[in-house]
Design a protein around this ligand. Structure first.
Ligand SMILES: *[C@@H]1O[C@H](CO)[C@@H](O)[C@H](O)[C@H]1NC(C)=O
Ligand SMILES: *[C@@H]1O[C@H](CO)[C@@H](O)[C@H](O)[C@H]1NC(C)=O
Ligand SMILES: *[C@@H]1O[C@H](CO)[C@@H](O)[C@H](O)[C@H]1NC(C)=O
Length: 355
């Protein structure tokens, strides 16, 4: 019943939309034909008749499967193109190649598994690309070749496991990179090396358990680094020391920390760096060792190094005692030897005097 009403509503909404020759049936072209709204109209392929001066085209919530090559060659004035919530699995090379004014492209909630080499062809002025909730599993140097003007890239909710070194190489003015909710396990040096304008790097909700020491070094504009809800058990001080920014907030909550003396030391040093702000430090919880599970790091951190300190003290004291004892023994031996020498000499002397 509810479905029936929905269809009825959709049909009546559809029929009230423009029927002019210039506008596809199912679309609503208005605002001097600069907006074309074709959402929720059961399209299985891109609508053909869209006025050529359209600047905003909304084809979201349909059932489009393929974006063929040069799909928009009659709509070169597009500034915003919305294709989210379709069933797109194929974006052919050069699909967007005519869109030199396009600033925003939304392809989220589709089924895109690979980005062909020619995917970004012609998108040299694109500022925002939404690709969240697709099926991407890897990124490589050909994924985003032409996106030199991109400022915001949303790749959240894919299945990305690997990012090759030059994947983001064209994006020297990118400011926001969303990689949350993927399957990254490690971050290799070099993958962020061109992102000198990046302000926000969201890596939350991945499976990251290690980061190479120089990984964040190129990110000299970064103000927020989100590493929450990963699989970090420990961190290297150097990884964060190498962040050379004016001020950076770092989120590390929801990781299974191994609360030992090393971890305590790293965090103590990190917290003393003025330009870094560990915003959720008070919320970090231990997963190991078993006796400390679910304790907050802040509750136990003053004790983590005590056992170690005691051991060190005992060792130091033992060493000092041994050394002292050895010195004493040596000294005593030397004295005894001296005394013996003295006696022998005296003996010799008395022998001489006998002559
Ligand atoms: C999406 O496309 C696939 C083929 O690529 C098809 O099997 C599936 O039925 C489509 N789903 C919808 C909701 O149209
Ligand atoms: C990224 O995309 C997801 C899914 O569409 C959305 O919920 C989220 O708000 C987006 N984030 C940004 C910063 O655009
Ligand atoms: C603290 O951690 C819990 C569990 O990881 C999380 O749900 C909560 O939002 C965090 N609070 C803050 C202030 O970060």
């Amino acid at each position: 019943m509810r479905d029936f009403i929905f269809i009825l509503l959709t049909v009546s909404a559809t029929s009230s939309r423009s029927h002019s020759n210039w506008c596809e049936l199912g679309c609503d072209c208005r605002g001097d034909l600069r907006f074309a709204i074709c959402s929720r109209a059961f399209f299985t392929e891109l609508p053909g008749r869209i006025p050529s001066n359209t600047e905003i085209l909304d084809v979201s919530h349909n059932r489009i499967v393929v974006i063929p090559e040069r799909s928009f060659n009659k709509n070169r004035k597009l500034r915003v193109l919305l294709l989210q919530n379709n069933n797109i699995s194929v974006v052919q090379d050069g699909a967007f190649s005519q869109l030199e004014f396009l600033q925003k492209l939304d392809l989220s909630w589709n089924r895109i598994a690979t980005l062909a080499k020619g995917f970004s062809m012609g998108l040299a002025f694109l500022r925002e690309l939404q690709l969240a909730h697709n099926s991407l599993s890897s990124l490589d140097s050909s994924s985003f070749t032409h996106l030199e003007s991109l400022q915001k890239l949303n790749l959240s909710g894919n299945s990305i496991r690997t990012i090759q070194v030059r994947s983001f190489a064209s994006m020297s003015i990118l400011r926001h990179l969303h990689l949350e909710g993927n399957r990254l396990t490690s971050l290799n040096n070099g993958i962020f090396s061109m992102l000198r304008s990046l302000e926000l790097l969201n890596l939350a909700g991945n499976h990251i358990n290690e980061t190479e020491a120089g990984i964040f070094k190129p990110l000299t504009s970064m103000t927020l680094l989100n590493l929450a809800n990963n699989r970090l058990t420990s961190i290297y001080f150097k990884t964060f020391l190498s962040i050379h920014t004016y001020s950076t907030h770092i989120l590390l909550g929801g990781n299974p920390w191994n609360c030992d003396c090393d971890l305590q030391r790293v965090f103590r040093k990190l917290r003393s760096i003025q330009r870094l702000f560990l915003d959720d430090y008070y919320n970090l919880t231990c997963a190991q060792p078993a006796v400390l599970r679910n304790f907050r790091l802040i509750q136990v951190d003053t004790e983590l190094c005590i056992a170690e300190t005691v051991t060190v003290l005992i060792i130091t004291v033992t060493v000092v005692i041994t050394v002292l004892a050895a010195m004493l023994m040596g000294e005593r031996k030397r004295k005894r030897k001296k005394r013996r020498k003295h006696w022998t000499q005296q003996g010799e002397l008395s022998d001489e005097s006998d002559y």
